[in-house]
Design a protein. Structure first.
Lengths: 647, 251
């Protein structure tokens, strides 16, 4: 029996992208948009949740336009949002290197890199806006790397044959975020933005079919607070932490997005999660997170494993002819620069064959010996010095002397809340930007494209499209005295009291770790029907155990990290089920979603374009009830879907 | 590498709230792996405390890769624990020895009030940066990026200053609880860059005034800040900041 027969299908979705030639769509759309008069903007309040690249840039830009903005973040200051950890760079089709880049090529690479599961119109707009982002950031004083002539430097990144990545050492995300944070603080100083740090969004309030407010927990006092506005912008990042071990920050979570989902926002392509090939491997059970080593390292490092199984010699003792540079062997055109999904799966394959290295056998070498021989230590130090230092700090090994050991880890969520071309969800007034939306990356994101998308959404797309909604929305937002706010506050209160009153035997962390292992095993790098069906039975068991056996210490009306985490883990479990269902229903392999049943003879992902060229957007129908599937059919008028090849 | 587990004696600052008195409480912990990070060691302690029905030690951390600036503990008297250019989250237990006593306290300064246990309020940093820690550019108004050439040496120096992660270790290490290293890094970054020139004087005056308002002390050249900075921000930034301030006052 095909599982598809069991998935209940609802009304199809429309992406609302304008028609006409693709290079004119955004321009014509902007002309068609209704503007809010400058005098009226100050009468409208926009709630922006999250202060990463997307949230901070959106909040600042909206305030510059004249809106009143309330900006919320979970950290003690907007500057610590997890965009800060992005290392390698940001793509832009500037063609400063004269190597054949163009908006068209960036568009093409991104659609192809996403394995033909993204919306063409959005991707073209993203590629088009990429150049303005670099202009904006440079004007803000972001210290990008420069050449001796004083002009901007570039490097190449996985999945591209041109050098279009701009970077600020290994801290590009940090520098771009500090630029956006500065813009946000400037508006705060002018009184246009009110910043609410240490707040976690726990509910979305919908009144008369429109998103009109949010309910948050003040993380210092534990008090539940309500805020109302003309529109809500969700910029709360991705959900890789559902898998427990990931490169995400400890506080990164899915709760804001998941609670919106439970209020009716569709969750799109949840099974599209990116597993990054170059992370420091797990060292023990106590491991709390995995650290990424920038993909830019693959520009100069060579990936290899011993040709022989279970070869326990030190890397320096393994002669050249007994090494397998498997990426260079399998993909001669792209070599070590194949896209992330391809590189990750190839690493898993060689480790599954018993050729992995290190104590656990779940690692491959990333070797810089050749580049050091050719270009000298100072070349490597200059380009990757801080990454090498970080590696040594964590592992105690010196990568100038011995190859790094790396292994894939959960890194990024391509899936997220469904949005149309205006970045509005199916719920009027709820906009979703950055990693939190299902985004422009299809089934796989290319390196250095996350920063680009977050900033394109925040600086250049949302500030226009939200005006169109506000201009037409009509009535003023409801007051926070409205019963819908009060009801939500009460529900949150009860939810927290329930969590703290169980007083069971297992900690929140233990549950989170168990969930993570289940998802990694069955819904991770490689999936199959039996495993997915199995995990869909195991997660509800774990959930049941959680609600009977979890021990959340402390009070609800106090600083309480364990309580924060307990709510997030409860949501991750529900989301984990949806990830698995989505992966099970998509009976094809595409991008990061690899179903073992659907592969080519040389073990590459095999798409089924006839049946699965759509975005799967899931509607919540109640606890324990099957979600309803809404399809947005994708059309490719400009980039013809082909079997992705990097050979 | 031999994976010998260690036993440690911890003395940790416990404080229920901003106005409650705090004290150092002793804990014994076994089975600490040298490959654990310092915060993972505290995670393990907290798991045990919860299982024993005690309240876990509250501390902050987020990225756990040394870039967000959220974590920060005073370890044996030194903010971030004294390993060169290393934030608390990147400090690993292999730098401690079996049987060692480790004292763990919050970052202390008048301008950083304790919220709970090891968690402090560093929002004063935001209020300082809000007074000019940026270049005023409206979205959409920027010229082409390569119209502003910047010599590589200047860009590199600006980047050296820009690396600050805003953790506040410099304040915690300073006998005067001065925020000079933090403030000067931002002022120096923009003073170096052509984009920073129009607001150069205003920025220096406003940010330094706000630093005083927040209750941070003055710099008296102890250089403890530079020694503990996880990003190696140099105190030459402070010299630059003073120069900027005097220039701004003179005109």
């Amino acid at each position: 029996m095909s599982l598809n027969e069991k998935v209940q299908e609802g009304k199809a979705l429309e992406g609302n992208a304008p028609a006409g030639p693709i290079e004119k769509r955004w321009e014509s759309h902007r002309h068609a948009i209704t503007l809010v008069s400058p005098a009226n903007k100050k009468k409208h309040t926009v709630l922006v949740v999250g202060t990463g690249l997307a949230g901070a840039s959106a909040a600042a830009s909206l305030a510059e336009l004249g809106y009143n903005v309330k900006s919320f973040c979970i950290q003690d200051t907007p500057r610590r949002a997890h965009s800060i950890a992005a290392q390698g760079g940001i793509n832009a089709a500037k063609n400063y290197q004269n190597d054949g880049d163009s908006v068209w090529r960036l568009f093409y690479d991104t659609v192809k890199g996403g394995d033909f599961r993204s919306r063409e119109s959005n991707v073209y707009r993203l590629a088009d806006l990429s150049t303005s982002i670099i202009d904006q950031a440079v004007a803000q004083g972001v210290p990008f790397a420069r050449e001796y002539g004083g002009l901007l430097a570039n490097r190449s990144f996985g999945g591209a044959l041109v050098s279009r990545t701009f970077y600020a050492r290994g801290q590009t995300g940090q520098q771009l975020l500090l630029g956006a944070y500065g813009a946000l603080l400037r508006q705060a100083d002018e009184g246009k933005v009110q910043i609410f740090p240490r707040r976690e969004m726990l509910d979305l309030v919908i009144i008369d079919g429109r998103a009109q407010g949010i309910v948050v927990r003040n993380l210092i006092t534990g008090e539940v607070e309500s805020y109302s506005g003309d529109a809500v912008v969700l910029a709360t990042g991705g959900y890789a932490n559902a898998y427990y071990l990931s490169t995400n920050a400890k506080n990164s979570n899915a709760t804001a997005a998941w609670r919106c989902h439970k209020r009716g926002a569709y969750f799109a392509n949840p099974c599209f999660v990116q597993i990054h090939p170059t992370c420091i491997p797990v060292s023990g059970d106590y491991q709390s997170k995995l650290t990424l080593m920038s993909e830019s390292l693959r520009n100069d490092g060579r990936v290899w494993v011993p040709a022989k199984k279970r070869d326990e010699r030190l890397p320096k003792d393994i002669p050249e002819e007994e090494r397998d540079y498997y990426l260079e062997r399998r993909y001669p055109a792209f070599g070590n620069l194949v896209p992330r999904d391809v590189a990750s799966r190839a690493a898993k394959t060689v480790c599954d064959e018993g050729r992995g290295v290190g104590e656990t056998g779940r690692a491959v070498y990333l070797d810089f010996a050749d580049t050091i021989k050719q270009n000298g230590v100072s070349y490597v130090e200059d380009k990757y010095g801080n990454l090498f230092e970080m590696y040594e700090r964590i592992t105690g090994e010196n990568p100038y002397k011995t190859p790094m050991r790396i292994y894939p880890a959960l890194h990024y969520a391509m899936g997220g809340l469904w949005v149309d071309y205006n970045l509005m969800s199916n719920l009027p007034g709820l906009f979703v930007i950055g990693e939190a939306n299902f985004s422009d990356h299809g089934a796989n994101r290319l390196g250095a494209s996350a920063l680009m998308q977050g900033l394109a959404d925040g600086y250049f797309v949302l500030p226009y499209t939200i005006g169109n909604y506000i201009a037409k929305a009509g009535s003023e937002p409801a007051s926070t005295e409205h019963p819908a706010f009060k009801e939500s506050e009460k529900e949150i209160d009860e939810f927290e009291k329930r969590l703290t009153s169980i007083k069971g035997r297992k900690t929140v962390l233990e549950f989170h770790r168990e969930l993570g292992l289940l998802l990694w095993e069955y819904a991770g790098m490689s999936r199959n029907e039996n495993g997915l069906k199995n995990v869909m039975g195991l997660i509800p068991d774990l959930e049941k155990d959680f609600w009977q056996n979890v021990n959340v210490p402390g009070d609800t009306k106090d600083w309480n990290k364990n309580l924060e985490f307990a709510g997030r883990v409860a949501d991750f479990m529900e989301l984990g089920e949806l990830i698995s269902l989505d992966a099970l229903h998509r009976r094809e392999s595409c991008g990061a979603h690899f179903r073992e049943e659907f592969q080519t003879t040389d073990h590459e992902a095999k798409r089924d374009d006839e049946n699965y060229t759509y975005v799967a957007a899931w509607e919540y129908t109640g606890k324990g009830k099957p979600p309803v599937l809404h399809k947005e059919l994708l059309t490719f008028d400009y980039v013809k879907p082909t079997q992705r090849s990097y050979k | 590498m031999p994976n010998q587990s260690m036993k440690l004696h911890l003395r940790i600052w416990r404080q229920q709230g901003p106005t409650s008195p705090g004290k150092l409480v002793s804990y014994e912990i076994e089975d600490v792996s040298p490959d654990m990070s310092f915060l993972e060691m505290l995670d393990v302690l907290n798991e045990r405390l919860i299982k024993n029905g005690e309240l876990p030690v509250e501390f902050e951390s987020d990225c756990r890769e040394g870039i967000c600036g959220n974590c920060g503990l005073v370890i044996n008297g030194i903010p971030h624990g004294g390993q060169h250019r290393t934030a608390t989250c990147q400090l690993h237990m292999r730098h401690f020895r079996d049987g060692q006593t480790i004292t763990i306290e919050p970052f202390r300064a008048k301008a950083f009030p304790v919220i709970k246990d090891l968690v402090v309020d560093r929002s004063a940093f935001d209020r300082i940066l809000a007074k000019g820690g940026y270049i005023s550019v409206r979205t959409g108004s920027a010229p082409d990026a390569n119209l502003i050439p910047i010599a590589k040496e200047i860009a590199d120096q600006a980047m050296d200053s820009a690396e600050c992660i805003g953790c506040g270790a410099c304040v915690a290490a300073c006998p005067n609880a001065s925020a000079s290293l933090f403030v000067s890094a931002k002022i120096a970054q923009y003073a170096l860059l052509p984009q920073g020139q129009p607001e150069r004087k205003r920025r220096a005056l406003m940010m330094i005034d706000q630093m005083d308002v927040e209750g941070f002390g003055n710099c008296s050249n102890h250089a403890e800040c530079e020694a503990v900075c996880p990003k190696g921000i140099s105190i030459t930034n402070i010299a630059k900041m003073r120069r900027e301030y005097f220039h701004a006052l003179l005109k």
